[in-house]
Design a protein around this ligand. Structure first.
Ligand code: GDP
Length: 535
């Protein structure tokens, strides 16, 4: 093995690239801040994202970018901890929630699911979880806000199984609840970590560690909590799922950690355990079979395109996930889909809160490449001439739909150009009704904010004013079925058959009831929430 390759192997093995998934307000930002704090990336846990972004006036796209501030540049955060190089991928929530949030998960090797202990599993967590499950990546659960009154921990564990259909293994177990929260029992080390408010989570806190059999424990916890703890642990050992690392790595079993990000309780043990159990970058599937990250040929794919990061230039940044080989600044690569050579001269990386020009990067890392409008979501780059293409990024189900027209018919050409560009960047999905004389476009988006982005960018970049007519649909299903013909489809009155941008048949629905009716009436077809492309 040459030294170049041994360096690559070392760098791959120490990479951990993951996304934190949660419903808004569960504590994703707070947990991210604390992880950065342990990595030494920030001394005092400051605000990772600008909170003003949560209630901005959404009429001005530039303004959106300005207000988003760090939120945009912190799409990926890299930091070091215990000789691991960690990449956290941000999955925007609140009004920022969009298809990008789902697509980001395609670039992650594992996921951390943050759950509010009082609320349990919420809608957005569920959606993001399903994408992780589809990819079969390891999912770790952090049940947050244990300093507050929450649901019974057994109930939370059961919810994982009932709502998400995943087995779980509590790595630690809470003692007491809310005001009486005393700490957690670490099942592997057979130790109690006592909860102390510390200095309000502003820096690292110390936790005392005591054995479960320790005689002083009864007086510390009280007899009742101590015996309750022993009972709970016995029940978990007897009736709970057992730990199996293979199952964790396949995404069938989630290790569960209880803690409190705000008060910094349980965060460091979680981080250590997570880094040990989760996977470094693994081989990825392509048109030429599985590609080993430790192969010297540099390859990667684009999973996100961010427009107008710098308002003074109308530039775009394409986010590339490196899948194999070493990246070097200035290297020439093949843009596989366009069959063109390009030079990667000013790539950027996202280190804690700054963007810096990156000299070298490795599998698992995300780099930002200047995009003069040549990239599409899902494009592959490859150093040698092997033309490796990673499987395309799927289309995820939009939840908001409208008909879009240009106000001025003479601007039709620019309108179509803008719509195509925004569709390739992944901001919108475009549908057409088959066999309809006048061409009418239906636009679908995952987050409603994208409509405002569409309107603003068409006006500012293409000089096109549009009219949007909102449609009542909320669900979309791609149709698969042997010998299926769209004409034979038996739909409900309130659903609509359209074609997506790849001319695949899809149906738009107003409610879930209609979906089940259509499924019943057309037994030979299957209705899918996600469309896998280029497969
Ligand atoms: P995000 O929307 O998931 O990024 O959530 P944030 O990290 O912004 O947290 C939402 C709110 O919950 C904020 O007011 C946090 O201070 C609070 N919070 C986060 N973690 C904890 C915790 O462990 N305990 C308590 N009591 N509050 C928390």
């Amino acid at each position: 093995m040459n030294t170049k390759n041994s360096n690559l192997i070392k760098e791959v093995d120490r990479r951990r690239t993951f996304a934190i998934i949660s419903h808004p307000d569960a504590g994703k930002t707070t947990l991210t801040e604390k992880l950065l704090l342990f990595g030494g990336a920030i001394r005092l846990a400051g605000s990772v994202k600008s909170r003003r972004a949560q209630n901005h006036a959404v009429s001005d796209w530039m303004e959106i970018e300005k207000q988003r501030g760090i939120s945009v540049t912190s799409s990926v955060l890299q930091f070091e901890y215990n000789n691991c190089c960690i990449n956290i991928l941000d999955t925007p929530g609140h009004q920022d929630f969009s298809e990008d949030t789902f697509r980001t998960l395609m670039a992650a090797d594992s996921a951390v699911m943050v759950i509010d202990c009082a609320k349990g599993i919420e809608a957005q967590t569920k959606k993001l979880f399903h994408v992780c499950k589809m990819r079969g990546i390891p999912i770790f659960t952090f049940i947050n806000k244990m300093d507050r009154m929450g649901k019974d921990p057994f109930e939370l564990i059961e919810e994982l199984e009932q709502v998400l259909d995943i087995k779980s293994y509590p790595m630690n177990w809470p003692i007491g609840n809310g005001r009486d929260f005393k700490g957690v029992y670490d099942r592997e080390k057979n130790l109690i970590n006592l909860f102390g408010e510390g200095n309000h989570g502003q820096s690292k806190t110390r936790t005392e560690k005591l054995n479960i059999e320790d005689s002083s424990l009864s007086s510390l916890l009280g007899d009742e909590l101590h015996s309750q703890l022993k009972e709970d642990i016995e029940l978990l050992d007897v009736a709970g799922d057992s730990f199996d690392l293979d199952e964790v790595l396949k995404g069938n079993l989630t290790p569960v950690f209880f803690g409190s990000a705000l008060t910094n309780f349980g965060v460091e043990p979680f981080l250590e355990s997570f880094l040990e159990l989760t996977t470094p970058p693994t081989p990825r599937d392509s048109n030429l079979g599985m590609v080993d990250p430790k192969k010297e040929n540099f390859t990667g794919f684009i999973f996100k395109i961010q427009a107008n990061m710098n308002p003074t230039h109308r530039d775009r940044i394409a986010f590339l996930r490196i899948c194999s080989g070493e990246f070097k600044k200035g290297m020439s690569v093949n843009h596989v889909q366009e069959n063109k050579k390009i030079r990667l001269s000013q790539p950027q990386q996202f280190l804690s809160q700054e963007r810096v020009v990156v000299e070298t990067a490795y599998p698992g890392d995300i780099i930002g490449i200047h995009d003069p409008g040549i990239f599409k979501i899902g494009d592959s780059l490859c150093e040698d001439n092997s033309k490796i293409q990673y499987h395309g990024i799927p289309l995820f189900a939009p939840e908001h739909f409208c008909k879009v027209f240009t106000k001025n018919a003479l601007k039709r050409k620019q309108f179509i150009k803008g719509i195509n560009q925004l569709s390739e960047e992944g901001t919108i999905q475009v549908y057409k009704q088959p066999n309809i004389g006048v061409e009418e476009l239906i636009i679908g988006v995952v987050g409603a904010l994208q409509f405002e982005v569409l309107e603003y960018r068409l006006k500012n970049e293409y000089g096109v004013d549009i009219i949007m007519e909102s449609l009542p649909y909320q669900y979309i299903r791609w149709i698969n079925g042997e010998g299926f013909s769209p004409d034979s489809l038996n739909l409900t009155m309130d659903s609509l058959l359209v074609e997506d941008q790849d001319l695949n048949p899809v149906v738009l629905f107003i409610n879930e009831w209609s979906i089940s009716r259509v499924a019943e009436r057309n037994e030979s077809i299957s209705l899918k929430e996600i469309s896998l492309r280029n497969k």
